[in-house]
Unconditional design. Structure first.
Length: 199
């Protein structure tokens, strides 16, 4: 499987993303852009797509599949795309505070440390639904790793569409997220425009 090995902070600077969006507690040392280099319309659209892919840790083929699925759903394609990305299990584990970053959440899910509705799920892209209960498996709940995670994430705000109980390392999906509840600095309209020329 392809892996992006570009240093995370360097990639954040290139895409204009604050590291906190990824759960990394560091300030960006982003310098103002040199000169007044004008970015083309295509360049702006491409950058928004790259930002969304980077934030959610999704590769190109999978991201395109999300867009195709979003465009077939009822409603606005761009908002549907953001909702599909947000409902990924690895993202929900991150949002609940059960992981410090989405990358760590993906690893935790892949190592079968998470149960959904009492069943082990090791697919980071698994799509959760309203009413699903997500919890760390009992064998791992007392580990030092999760104690460290909770100490780091306990002050993190949990979105309104989720309910979190860090004391018992579990949470639930209370509803589907609205676009207003997804605090990701991405202009999905530009992504729709990008793919409308490609597909």
């Amino acid at each position: 499987m392809a892996v992006d090995r570009t240093p995370i902070l360097k990639r954040c600077r290139a895409l204009g993303i604050e590291p906190m969006v990824l759960g990394i507690n560091k300030k960006s040392n982003r310098n103002p852009q040199r000169g007044n280099r004008k970015v083309s319309e295509y360049g702006l659209q491409l950058r928004e797509k790259q930002k969304a892919k980077f934030i959610y840790g999704v590769l190109e083929k999978q991201f395109r599949n999300y867009f195709v699925k979003a465009s077939k759903m009822q409603g606005i394609s761009g908002e549907n795309l953001m909702k599909l990305l947000e409902m990924r299990l690895d993202n929900v584990v991150f949002r609940l505070g059960l992981a410090r970053t989405r990358k760590e959440a993906r690893q935790i899910v892949g190592h079968k440390l998470v149960h959904v509705n009492g069943k082990s799920v090791n697919i980071p892209s698994y799509r959760v639904k309203a009413g699903d209960v997500i919890e760390v498996r009992a064998k791992s709940s007392d580990s030092e790793r999760f104690k460290d995670i909770v100490a780091t994430t306990e002050a993190r705000l949990v979105p309104a569409w989720l309910s979190s109980d860090l004391g018992s390392l579990k949470g639930s999906v209370t509803s589907l997220p609205s676009r207003e509840e997804i605090d990701v600095p991405v202009n999905e309209t530009l992504i729709v425009e990008f793919y409308s020329k490609m597909l």
